[in-house]
Design a protein around this ligand. Structure first.
Ligand code: ZN
Length: 163
């Protein structure tokens, strides 16, 4: 194992054992559930959005280390971002995970997520890494397409990983 593999492994295990921003928001702007039946990963993402900016984020997740670490790192990266920027970050993360050949360099604010690059070698686990990001994408599109009623949470459709 190379030094960077070792560091990547430590980063993943740290987020797995101490996931950041775990829990629920009581009255979020939007919430979306995601499940990955292939692995047993389950999560619910809660976002508070004020004036187009993600002001608070919580994630309730259960599952494998790849899913937990990806979600935990995602919550750290997207807090305080505009929805437009969050969408750019989703694209960058997906590009990294789905681009088999190249090593991809992520923007500085999300460089810890490069730790998941090694997962590309295991196609089944790519879905574990993408699940939190797919629920984020659904959250943002639900916010854009569903009319907000004061004080009510928008619920996006459940994201299910397909085989
Ligand atoms: Zn998994």
């Amino acid at each position: 194992m190379s030094l960077s593999d070792e560091l990547y492994r430590e980063t993943i295990l740290d987020h797995y054992h101490h996931p950041r921003n775990q829990g629920a928001l009581e009255h979020p702007s939007v919430e979306v559930e995601g499940v990955n039946p292939l692995c047993g990963d389950e999560l619910t993402l809660y976002l508070d959005v004020e004036d187009g900016t993600i002001s608070q984020v919580r994630l309730k997740s259960r599952g494998c280390s790849i899913n937990m670490a990806s979600g935990s790192m995602m919550t750290e990266v997207i807090a305080g971002q505009t929805l437009e920027r969050a969408e750019e970050l989703i694209d960058k993360f997906k590009y990294m995970m789905l681009n088999k050949d190249e090593a991809v360099v992520l923007p500085e604010e999300m460089e810890d997520l490069e730790a998941l690059q090694g997962v590309k070698r295991y196609p089944v686990r790519i879905k574990c890494a993408l699940l939190p990001w797919n629920t984020l994408q659904e959250s943002i599109s639900s916010l854009r397409t569903q009319a907000a009623v004061d004080g009510q949470t928008i619920k996006g459709k459940m994201i299910t990983t397909e085989e």
